[in-house]
Design a protein around this ligand. Structure first.
Ligand SMILES: NC(=O)c1ccc[n+]([C@@H]2O[C@H](COP(=O)([O-])OP(=O)(O)OC[C@H]3O[C@@H](n4cnc5c(N)ncnc54)[C@H](O)[C@@H]3O)[C@@H](O)[C@H]2O)c1
Length: 460
């Protein structure tokens, strides 16, 4: 063991007053992470390929508007000179000792797309110095840190991981809309290094921002998989909730009331049904695991089935809509459809992989007039390409519509005044509630309400 392996060395490294950190990827994960380090007193360089984002940060503003606590910290720390943003990725590596990678990890043709991660690693590797430390926080398929990241960093820098620089994986566990709170207060940080020095160094470091402490894993691969398990657990349970809700629907009983009763027993954690699963994480993780399982010659039928079932939900939503319209004597191809909600989750402005897009694709077969409403999203490139109008005025969205599909459980939809709303609709009208936001006891005349959570109320 070299001197760096001693706890004493690690403590001194972490306590260095001149220690500079760099965060690669100033997005939903990277910005809150950068702010957590700034709030812990460190100097941070934010590195991103997006010039507009860097420019916004230079002005002391936040490119993500719906994360509490972010903008005020950016403003303060930019003016104090402790937070700088740059598009010069190599320079950021040369000028920092610790680097965190939070770039997007998506899929192309259902396979892991390593493009952004590779670019970040190459730049970091070019600026890497002896004694530096690199942590990958973006979600990746198992073994990415040791088999993909380590060789790139070693090749680019000429240095050896664990001996001359630290390398670890530490999954980001945030829930959008409360990211900073999640990092600082809610959950322990999970860390797995490519060796004991890397694990210990990052465990010591992360303790400075994670009040719940650090869970040390035996390896980077185990840390990677822990994140995928979290996501796949949710995917499978959402699929189960969707399936049970279909039964409730057939029996005209309420999934919400039943699951609340069932969940009063501590071993039961029924999730929420919905129109599908979106976001930058959960839709990808089952495939990361399925690919690895295939490589290992293992089948994961439950994971696969759950993913397929969740991917079918937008189509099921459209089939339900079609039947609802038939029940009121209307046809999908002749009506205006208003989809309420583009964000993949309530109260956020993120539309990545939103089931709303898939609802639109399924609706297009019938060629109705489609309009989308979202209070948090002002513009959307994909909707623009699909020639679907996006509005933030609920009245405009609902005006003359015969079908409302509630796709996101935003608070504003829970507060909809149905008595007022019916005045704008083309009656009789159908409401397909995918988020259980409409109070079935207060359905006005002229409305056929059918909930993906079970109940159908016919007030024609
Ligand atoms: N959003 C979440 O809730 C969440 C939660 C847990 C984990 N994750 C994971 O975190 C990672 C990042 O997700 P996100 O939601 O923050 O993505 P994001 O798209 O919001 O942000 C990524 C940022 O990285 C930048 N970028 C792209 N290529 C780059 C490069 N080569 N170098 C530097 N910057 C680059 C982009 O311009 C963007 O600003 C993903 O792996 C995701 O799966 C996300």
């Amino acid at each position: 063991m070299g001197f760096r392996f001693s706890q004493d060395y690690i403590k001194r490294f972490v306590q260095r007053k001149d220690l500079k950190l760099a965060v690669y990827g100033l997005g939903r994960v990277g910005l809150p992470l950068a702010v957590a380090w700034l709030r812990a007193g460190y100097e941070v360089i934010g590195a991103d390929v997006d010039e507009d984002k860097v420019e916004i940060i230079h002005r002391g503003l936040s490119p993500i508007g719906d994360e509490p606590g972010i903008e005020e910290s950016i403003k303060r720390c930019v003016s104090e000179g402790r937070f700088k943003a740059t598009t010069n990725l190599i320079d950021a590596s040369e000028k920092s000792e610790v680097k965190f990678i939070t770039v997007p990890t998506t899929q192309r043709a259902r396979r892991f797309d390593d493009y952004a991660l590779k670019a970040a690693l190459e730049a970091i590797g070019k600026g890497l110095k002896e004694g530096d430390a690199v942590a990958i926080e973006c979600s990746v398929p198992p073994t990415t840190t040791v088999r993909f990241a380590q060789p790139i960093l070693e090749e680019e820098s000429g240095l050896k991981a664990e001996k001359e620089f630290a390398l670890a994986f530490s999954p980001e566990r945030i829930f959008e809309g409360r990211a900073l709170e999640d990092i600082e207060i809610r959950y322990p940080k999970i860390v797995g290094g490519v060796g004991p020095y890397s694990t210990e160094l990052f465990a010591e470091l992360y303790q400075r921002i994670a009040r719940k402490g650090v869970i040390k894993m035996r390896s980077a691969t185990e840390a990677e998989i822990s994140k995928l398990f979290e996501g796949v657990y949710r995917d499978v349970n959402i699929a189960l909730a969707n399936e049970l809700a279909k039964l409730c629907k057939a029996m005209n009983i309420d999934f919400a009331e039943i699951s609340e009763a069932s969940n009063s027993q501590p071993f039961c954690h029924l999730h929420k049904p919905g129109v599908g699963v979106g976001g930058a994480c959960i839709p990808y993780y089952p495939y990361f695991l399925l690919d690895k399982a295939e490589e290992c010659g293992v089948q994961l039928p439950i994971v696969r089935l759950a993913r397929n079932a969740n991917e079918e939900m937008p189509k099921y939503t459209v089939e339900t809509s079609k039947k609802a319209l038939e029940a009121i004597g209307k046809n999908l191809k002749d009506v205006k459809v208003s989809i309420l909600g583009l964000a993949f989750r309530a109260e956020v402005s993120d539309s990545r992989n939103s089931p709303t897009y898939n609802i639109i694709y399924a609706l297009k077969e019938y060629q109705p007039e489609i309009i989308v409403h979202d209070p948090f999203i002002k513009e959307d490139e994909l909707l623009h390409e699909l020639r679907v109008k996006l509005v933030d005025c609920l009245e405009t969205a609902c005006e003359n519509a015969s079908l409302l599909i509630i796709a996101t459980g935003h608070g504003v939809y829970k507060k909809i005044d149905l008595e007022e709303l019916v005045k704008t609709l083309n009656l009789p009208a159908a409401i397909v509630d995918g988020c259980n936001v409409i109070d079935s006891n207060r359905v006005p005349k002229g409305i056929y309400l059918t909930s993906l959570w079970g109940k159908t109320i016919n007030k024609l």
